[in-house]
Write a protein that binds this ligand. Structure first.
Ligand SMILES: NC(=O)c1ccc[n+]([C@@H]2O[C@H](COP(=O)([O-])OP(=O)(O)OC[C@H]3O[C@@H](n4cnc5c(N)ncnc54)[C@H](O)[C@@H]3O)[C@@H](O)[C@H]2O)c1
Length: 248
């Protein structure tokens, strides 16, 4: 297999659907062996079966035990060169004082704590090898928040901040850390952000995106592939907007 990621191993969380599936397929198309990590066993298997040399690992990224399992399963594939922390969840649009504690905890676990847990397992290996790339999927929500999604927005602001701090700390170890911040995208998560999926919901959101369309898994995967590649080897701590101009 030739390509920018030939001979490399990538772990992509939340890779059974949406952006993560697009990222997994793109990295594999460019030569990577991909560890397709997701809570959803059936769809993780569906994606992994399509990709040469890839495996599905069922795991909850918010669980330390499951991250340990993921780390072990990935080691059986190869040295992990690329870690994409993509799995994410949201609460439904609501006034900030009406979002329940369970929703908050779920967002905290999947959008934030999972990045910490993965770093604790994968960074020491990358440090020992003196090389590695981490890409965290943030969101325009962390840059230009919409009302009604406050706790989700805040979690993505945390991702951008954590990315910058990780990059500063890990650069001397040869590890680059970047984020990709998509605007609302065509994935199964989209109706949860919009509070429904009607023409009116879509028109309202698209009206705020100068390029006049939602982002797609292809758009996000292209940005991740660039940041994960050697072409970006002087880029770290960046949060790359894939937003059709939404945050201008
Ligand atoms: N779709 C959008 O509009 C949009 C915009 C900006 C950022 N994002 C971010 O992009 C990322 C991917 O979202 P998507 O839109 O592709 O969503 P999606 O719902 O299509 O896919 C998310 C995947 O993550 C998995 N997942 C959820 N919780 C998990 C857990 N605890 N452990 C392991 N896997 C888990 C799900 O099973 C699913 O396969 C998320 O971080 C999201 O916040 C999405």
């Amino acid at each position: 297999m030739t390509g920018r990621f030939a001979g490399r191993c990538a772990v992509v969380t939340g890779a059974a659907s949406g952006f993560g599936e697009g990222i997994a397929r793109r990295l594999a198309a460019e030569g990577a062996q991909v560890v397709v990590a997701d809570l959803n066993a059936e769809d993780a298997q569906r994606v992994a079966e399509d990709l040469v040399g890839s495996v599905a690992v069922v795991c909850d990224v918010a669980s330390e035990t499951d991250i340990d399992l993921l780390h072990g399963a990935a080691a059986a594939v190869g040295d992990v060169d690329i870690l994409v922390n993509n799995a994410g969840v949201t609460h439904l649009p609501a006034p900030l004082d009406e979002v329940g504690g369970d929703d908050f905890d779920r967002i905290y676990g999947v959008n934030m704590k999972a990045i910490y847990l993965a770093a604790r397992r994968f960074v020491p290996d990358m440090t020992a090898r003196g090389t590695g790339v981490i890409v965290n999927i943030a969101s325009t929500a962390g840059v230009s928040p919409r009302p009604g999604l406050t706790w989700y927005n805040a979690s993505k602001g945390w991702v951008i901040s954590a990315t910058r701090s990780m990059a500063a700390e890990l650069a001397p170890a040869g590890i680059r850390v970047n984020a990709v911040s998509p605007v609302a995208g065509e994935t199964p998560l989209l109706p949860s952000f919009m509070g429904g999926d009607t023409d009116a919901h879509r028109e309202k959101f698209i009206a705020t995106i100068p390029m006049g369309r939602f982002s797609t898994p292809r758009d996000v995967a292209a940005a991740v592939a660039f940041l994960a590649s050697d072409e970006a080897d002087m880029i770290t701590g960046e949060s790359l907007l894939v937003d059709g101009g939404r945050c201008i």
